[in-house]
Design a protein. Structure first.
Length: 102
């Protein structure tokens, strides 16, 4: 079983810093609307530039960077033991990006 939580974008930078430090090097997949973009790359970091400074989320993996422009919703899913399983990011075009941590 897992726990899914909505994260407000205006409060996500602190969570992203903790997520980055706690998951550095974990293997990661990225999917966009159900299609795999990248598989099993080592996670490096995730950052958010707030509205007025770019309004985008940048996911950095080993040798790969993915940017989500104009995110509107963000969900974090954790396993029962508190380990992050995935992030769900929906942008203004209703595109769903999944960051899955293996």
């Amino acid at each position: 079983m897992s726990i899914r939580k909505k994260i407000e974008l205006n409060n996500c930078q602190d969570r992203f810093q903790a997520l980055t430090s706690g998951n550095l090097g974990r293997l990661t997949d990225i999917e966009i609307d159900g299609s795999t973009l990248v598989e099993q790359k080592a996670f490096q970091s995730i950052n958010y530039d707030p509205l007025g400074k770019g309004n985008n989320i940048m996911i950095m993996l080993n040798g790969f960077t993915h940017t989500i422009n104009n995110p509107i919703e963000l969900y974090m899913e954790e396993r029962d033991n508190g380990v992050l399983a995935r992030l769900e990011i929906i942008d203004e075009t209703d595109t769903l990006t999944l960051l899955k941590l293996i």
